[in-house]
Design a protein around this ligand. Structure first.
Ligand code: SAM
Length: 295
């Protein structure tokens, strides 16, 4: 894609870039996560040139499209869109510009779209990314936690047992963790993270790019206590620092921790808890837990 007027003169509106007519295909267009001014000139122009705009919720996206000056018809697209409807969209990609947006941020990131991208690719159509805001990346950059290695884990399951299991799986990952959460579930999620991951630095980034943007940092335990009583309003990302580097854990140390955990838990839960506590691989803890519980 060429941009005929890529550089705006000082003081000029950033919306003046005029692009050549876009070739047909699927355009994955990132949109603001709160501040409309974060819509990129290229994203706005792509929406203006689109023949069809696929949105999660047409009412939510109407304001953004009015701001961008995009007039194409909208159709609803989500994870439950049928195979037949998806095929009908794919059939248009050979001759039309189809833009996929989500309610906010980057489509496909905890949002619908990957099945459509796969279908478009396997039918031989062009797929283009128009990158831009994503709450996960914005929160990571605000958190002050290591950014060299991170794992985006989306939303934790809402139910206690499933959430504890998901956290146990994450416990041995030696990377910063990035999680989406809602206000009412923040307190319980932080408490479960503190229980499953032990003492770690963390951050709660809220309402990023909006009027009440804030990023509160502290240990998981402190943050869990802070948000236990009054659930915060707005949209939230939790960022959790990686486990601390530890000295090699001896078999004796591992056995002692496992014996205590096995007095309360099944071998698999005991192994998950101890692996998180001591920072050892879960596989090693589980193998040892099976040996100890067979005695
Ligand atoms: N695709 C989007 C993206 O790229 O950011 C995320 C969609 S996901 C369904 C929505 C979740 O993203 C919210 O529940 C919240 O956890 C997070 N989120 C979205 N906007 C946010 C904001 N302005 N501040 C903090 N978190 C936000």
């Amino acid at each position: 894609m060429r941009c005929r007027a890529p550089l705006a003169p000082p003081g000029a509106s950033v919306m003046i870039a005029v692009m050549d007519r876009l070739p047909p295909g699927l355009y994955i267009v990132a949109t603001p996560i709160g501040n409309l001014a974060d819509l990129s000139p290229r994203a706005a122009e792509t929406l203006r040139q689109a023949d069809l705009i696929l949105a999660e919720d047409k009412r939510v996206s109407a304001k953004l499209l009015a701001f961008a000056g995009a007039k194409a018809p909208m159709a609803t697209y989500h994870d439950h869109t049928s195979e037949a409807e998806r095929e009908a969209i794919v059939a248009r990609l050979g001759s039309e510009v189809v833009a996929l947006i989500s309610d906010a941020g980057t489509p496909l990131i905890s949002d619908p779209g990957y099945k459509l991208v796969r279908a478009a690719r396997s039918a031989g159509h062009a797929v283009h990314a128009i990158p831009g805001p994503s709450a996960a990346i914005a929160a990571l950059t605000l958190s002050g936690l290591p950014t060299d290695r991170f794992l985006f884990a989306g939303f934790l399951p809402p139910k206690d047992k499933a959430r504890a299991d998901a956290i146990a799986e994450l416990a041995s990952v030696r990377a910063t963790l990035v999680l989406y959460e809602s206000g009412p579930r923040l307190g319980p999620a932080l408490a479960a993270l503190a229980a499953g991951l032990g003492r770690r630095e963390a951050a709660v980034a809220r309402e990023i790019t909006k009027l009440h943007e804030e990023c509160v940092t502290g240990s998981l335990e402190d943050l869990a206590a802070r948000y236990a009583e009054v659930p915060p309003k707005g949209e939230i990302v939790i960022v959790v620092g990686p486990p601390a580097e530890r000295e090699a854990v001896s078999d004796n140390e591992l056995d002692a921790a496992l014996d205590e955990a096995l007095s309360r838990l099944s071998p698999s839960r005991a192994a998950a808890e101890v692996a998180a506590l001591l920072g050892v691989p879960r596989k090693r803890a589980y193998a040892r837990a099976l040996e100890r519980s067979a005695k």
